[in-house]
Design a binder for this molecule. Structure first.
Ligand code: NAG
Ligand code: NAG
Ligand code: NAG
Length: 336
């Protein structure tokens, strides 16, 4: 009797699996007849610009295109543009961010478009993903899609695209934030923070400053830096990659200065260290406003200053559940 029940169970599972596979195959067939989604573009057709740009370095050039731009753009009252590095498949993470810190219901500054938030991804050849992305674009209108190839080694180009987008499509905003998609942010706390001249300037870069970091010289390491690229013992002071804020006057200067340097792999050292140093761009330390580790995120232990929570953001939120949890904890800080 027991055995019979077991067999039934397996039979049901087998039927479900078969149906799932079968239905998906059916979908593949339907999708294949559609034009490749690489071509999907959200850009008004009467625009003359083709949205082509070149990331120019001393040793190489990369031409790329913005394939999709949010229709809802910055306005003249947008003070802060936030661009979150994401990858095509990270639907759940983007949704968690939309549901928490990027949600207009949770932040009056997002609701007022004082803060304009977008995700930047690279287009994909995969038709399942492209179809889902197209739906996502129609629904949320917050994706910047580039033709850049997706890889860790080329993140430096994605940051180029972030700066270029800022310069060309959101020029009036005072600040640009580059953030990874594993952050939880107290949006209004951060927004009020950048109102303080000691914490943000249109000529500076703000974030957690790293000093005296030595380059990795092991060839196989992800962060390998050849002597021919950079021969000194320590990197110049640079800002931790997961979140940094760049003032609007610094953005065009950085894009221009990059042309004099060979292309690096380590995105934060390059843009916020090497290029910032060459331009003598001031770095402002946010070490007391950002948390790097989840373990530090205990609402009762987080400090306040002048009746406001000191911490704006926490890094290392691995996945949607942690983003929700981290956001809740950041918002749970009680100040007298
Ligand atoms: C052309 O673009 C302008 C501004 O981008 C817009 O206001 C206008 O409605 C567009 N016209 C058509 C026919 O799409
Ligand atoms: C990159 O493009 C610029 C401008 O067109 C050109 O002057 C330069 O030689 C190119 N550099 C390389 C490495 O191809
Ligand atoms: C925004 O500001 C720019 C430059 O000051 C101005 O040319 C433009 O007309 C403004 N746009 C709106 C919608 O106010």
């Amino acid at each position: 009797m027991n055995l019979c029940r077991q067999l039934w169970k397996y039979l049901v599972i087998a039927v479900i699996l078969y149906a799932t596979v079968f239905l998906n195959l059916d979908r593949i067939r339907t999708f294949s007849s559609e034009p490749s989604a690489i071509q999907f573009i959200n850009i008004p057709s009467n625009e003359s610009s083709n949205h082509l740009f070149t990331a120019q370095f001393k040793d190489q050039n990369h031409t790329y295109q913005f394939l999709t731009l949010p229709k809802k753009t910055c306005t003249n009252n947008t003070k802060l543009q936030i661009t979150i590095l994401s990858t095509a498949g990270n639907f759940d993470i983007r949704q968690a961010i939309r549901d928490t810190w990027a949600n207009p219901k949770n932040s009056m500054h997002v609701a007022n478009n004082d803060v304009h938030i977008s995700f930047i991804i690279s287009a994909v050849e995969n038709e399942f993903l492209s179809y889902a992305l197209q739906k996502e674009i129609e629904k949320h209108d917050d994706l910047i899609v580039t033709s850049l190839y997706e890889s860790y080694e080329l993140l430096i180009l994605k940051v180029h695209a972030i700066l270029t987008y800022k310069q060309h499509y959101c020029a009036s905003a005072d600040f640009q934030i580059k953030a990874d998609d594993d952050m939880a942010v107290d949006m209004d706390g951060l927004f009020e923070g950048i109102g303080d001249k000691k914490l943000a300037s249109v000529d500076a870069i703000s974030g957690i400053i790293w000093k005296n970091s030595p380059p990795v010289r092991e060839k196989k390491h992800r962060w390998y830096v050849p002597m021919t690229l950079y021969s000194q013992k320590f990197f110049p002071p640079y800002i931790d990659g997961p979140i940094y804020l760049i003032g609007k006057n610094a953005v065009p200067r950085m894009l221009e200065e990059a042309k004099n340097y060979n292309q690096w792999v380590i995105e934060d050292v390059f843009w916020t260290g090497v290029i910032a140093k060459a331009l003598k761009i001031k770095q402002i330390n946010w070490a007391s406003h950002l948390l790097r580790y989840v373990i530090e995120l205990i609402p009762t232990r987080l400090k306040c200053s002048k009746g406001k929570p000191l911490i704006y953001a926490v890094h290392n939120m691995k996945g949607p559940i942690m983003i929700h949890d981290g956001y809740k904890k950041l918002k749970g800080v009680k100040c007298e």
